[in-house]
Design a binder for this molecule. Structure first.
Ligand SMILES: CC(=O)N[C@H]1[C@@H](OP(=O)(O)OP(=O)(O)OC[C@H]2O[C@@H](n3ccc(=O)[nH]c3=O)[C@H](O)[C@@H]2O)O[C@H](CO)[C@@H](O)[C@@H]1O
Length: 370
């Protein structure tokens, strides 16, 4: 089967999990919709993931299948896995046929392996995007079936990988921080004349990041630095009132405004946080999540090596570190400006468009290239 890109009529996007896992999928859906206004876009997710709310909110059709998590140790769930996985593959194949998908694009997570296997069986072109420096099982599988493999980071080792960056939402890639700053300062109740540190643990927050920052409130105030602390829902911190302000928010619906207000970001190094701070040209202090396969440390490696960010281990992220490294940096506009420039040079604002290019190429080549 060979089609031209103008014949793109239906695309199935597979992925899900946290907000960070769904974000590149939604940015890709938006870019597909801009270029092909009539294309049918269907998102395949699994029950219990944040896709259940985030995908319909953005106006895309969502289909859910049961999670079939690959067993990492022999237990009762491992015994049930083959049956669950076969069921997921059958459901994914039925959906690929129902929507007559021209391509299946997988972003990782539980739903991508059944979607990749269904597409392979039905001879539908597969496109893979890996948003972490170390690839997960799903994208490793997908890259065995397809030459159309894109990654957010240049260090990622997958067959056929092309580093295109992370598809980011347009509010981020088109963000003019200077223009939006007055609105951001007013919205969060900040002082327009003081440096601002934005603190976030990623989409779910991180207690281990929150606690030492909250414990350093007095040191921030003494240095004339204000803090916009996005803690994660249910992870709010108590900070006594005082000047300069220390704003505590459970969640930022408008990260574009939060970035516009900030001069420095302290955050976990999830794939999106790294790519977003680079894209908007903000220096960062990354505190990688020390679990999983260590991907968060590697996610930050390029921008840290380029001089756009600092990296500190979870165990070393203490009030002492904040007093000796973070606060002096936040109060040093020249150093922040140099780091901001180095960070911006690492950003890829067009990854959404480049992934759509790759989807078009896969559809136009057909499965004969697989
Ligand atoms: C614990 C966990 O599983 N972490 C993973 C998860 O992180 P997580 O879901 O935290 O995702 P990221 O750190 O990559 O990105 C966070 C996303 O949430 C947005 N945001 C954040 C806070 C807020 O208040 N409002 C808001 O909108 C940010 O703009 C960004 O788009 O997915 C990442 C991308 O695959 C992985 O690298 C992380 O290892």
């Amino acid at each position: 089967m060979s089609q031209s890109s103008s014949a793109l009529q239906s695309v199935l996007l597979a992925g899900g999990g946290t907000a960070g896992h769904i974000s590149p999928l939604l940015a890709t859906a938006d870019a597909l919709r801009r270029r092909h206004p009539d294309v049918r876009i269907t998102v395949l997710g699994s029950h219990g993931g944040l896709e259940e709310t985030l995908v319909p909110e953005r106006g895309y059709d969502l289909r859910l299948i049961d999670k079939a998590a690959f067993p990492r140790r022999p237990n009762a769930a491992a015994v049930r896995f083959p049956q669950k996985f076969l069921g997921a593959r059958r459901d994914a194949a039925a959906l690929v046929q129902e929507v007559a998908a021209d391509a299946v694009v997988g972003f990782g997570g539980y739903v991508s392996p059944p979607a990749f296997l269904a597409a392979r069986k039905l001879r539908v072109p597969i496109v893979v995007h890996e948003g972490n420096a170390l690839p997960g099982l799903a994208t490793k599988l997908g890259s065995r079936f397809s030459p159309y493999v894109a990654t957010a980071f240049s260090v990622t080792k997958l067959p056929h990988a092309q580093a295109i960056g992370m598809p980011l939402r347009r509010e981020i890639t088109r963000l003019d921080r200077d223009a939006l700053r007055p609105e951001a300062v007013e919205r969060f109740g900040l002082n327009p004349d003081l440096p601002t540190v934005l603190v976030t643990g990623g989409s779910s927050g991180a207690v281990r990041v929150n606690e030492p920052v909250a414990a350093s409130a007095a040191a921030f105030r003494d240095a004339g630095v204000q803090v916009l602390h996005v803690t994660g829902v249910g992870k709010e911190v108590e900070v006594p009132p005082g000047e300069p302000v220390y704003i505590v928010l459970p969640y930022a619906d408008r990260m574009d405004l939060a970035y516009a207000a900030a001069d420095l970001v302290v955050t976990r190094s999830g794939g999106n946080m790294v790519c977003e701070t680079s894209s908007v040209g903000l220096p960062a202090v990354f505190v990688p999540l020390p679990v999983g396969n260590g991907e968060q440390r590697l996610n930050a490696a390029d921008v840290v090596n380029a001089g756009g960010a600092l990296l500190v281990d979870n165990d070393d992220f203490t009030p002492d570190y904040i007093r000796s490294e973070v606060i002096p940096l936040a109060a040093d506009p020249e150093r922040l400006a140099r780091m901001a420039e180095a960070a911006r040079a690492q950003g890829h604002g067009d990854a959404d468009e480049r992934l759509v290019d790759l989807i078009e190429q896969a559809v136009s080549d057909g499965v004969s290239r697989h």
